[in-house]
Design a protein around this ligand. Structure first.
Ligand code: FE2
Ligand code: FE2
Length: 287
């Protein structure tokens, strides 16, 4: 058995509020995030990075970013993970930078797109800001695409992951489709043939997958609440449910797995080695 070379945790659409307001009058997003982090803490798996892929807060208050950081970073420290933040359409660039203390040194406009590159071992994680202040759909401007092209020109030994809040793909949900990344062909042109192994997105509030330029696109399960992908005709519906993703790197592949945090009452809980031995005895040809 070969362990993944690296495990990345993606938490998306946390939609935190600092004052404990309930999202849509009922969702306690702080409690949901707590459950996600408790799940990770209990696992104690080695994690190279925790990626928060946008809509970190519901209304962009600086205190909500501070709350998020105070919750996520202790877990990241315990797991040995770097924390990587990306902007979403519910975020505010200035509050995001100031609340999270993100390398703001006065040389960058507080309201400029938050695009950044993180090197995690041999893996490069590129964060692109697909938001436009005052809009909920996704945009990347020419300067951002030029920057991305320059970053990807020099491949990283372990390849790259691209983090982008707005999915660059169509959606079967009319409202999500309406708010997708516009003109994805520009992005496709830049990433085509690059070392990007997977694009990690949020925003849709459901779990899904597609491909752009042959590169897998992963829509991670939201940490706040879920859009119903099959609502009654003519309805836009959401329900309770939250989780996160693990992205495991095996050679040239990135494998995305959705993790439900609700509904995980144990069906069984056995020693992995015991189960593996049992499986080996049943499948002697397997390695
Ligand atoms: Fe969201
Ligand atoms: Fe969003």
């Amino acid at each position: 058995m070969t362990a993944p070379e690296a495990t990345i945790i993606q938490i998306t659409d946390t939609h935190l509020s600092a004052e404990g307001e309930r999202m849509h009058g009922m969702m306690d997003t702080t409690s949901n995030l707590r459950q996600v982090l408790d799940h990770l803490d209990a696992s104690a798996i080695p994690v190279a990075a925790i990626v928060l892929s946008g809509d970190l807060t519901d209304a962009g208050s600086p205190a909500a970013y501070e709350l998020l950081q105070s919750m996520v970073e202790p877990t990241a420290d315990r797991l040995g993970a770097k924390v990587i933040y990306a902007m979403g359409n519910h975020d505010d660039r200035a509050s995001f930078r100031l609340g999270l203390g993100l390398a703001y040194n006065g040389s960058t406009e507080l309201g400029a797109p938050y695009d950044v590159v993180h090197q995690v071992g041999g893996l490069r994680i590129v964060v692109l800001d697909s938001t436009t202040p005052g809009h909920h759909d996704g945009h990347l401007d020419g300067a951002q695409l030029d920057w991305l092209a320059a970053v990807l020109e020099d491949p990283s030994p372990g390849g790259a992951l691209l983090v982008l809040h707005h999915p660059p793909i169509r959606s079967p949900i009319t409202t999500v489709d309406f708010l997708r990344l516009v003109e994805p062909a520009h992005l496709e042109r830049v990433i085509s043939g690059s070392d990007v192994k997977m694009i990690l997105c949020g925003h849709a509030h459901y779990t899904g997958a597609a491909a752009v330029a042959g590169i897998p696109v992963w829509l991670g399960p939201p940490a706040s609440y879920r859009t119903d992908p099959v609502p009654p005709v003519g309805r836009h519906r959401a329900g309770i449910g939250h989780g996160f993703s693990r992205i495991d790197l095996f050679g040239d592949s990135a494998v995305a797995t959705a993790v439900d945090v609700v509904g995980v009452d144990e069906v069984y809980n056995e020693s992995q080695s015991v189960v593996l031995e049992r499986l080996r005895s049943l499948t002697p040809q397997a390695r």
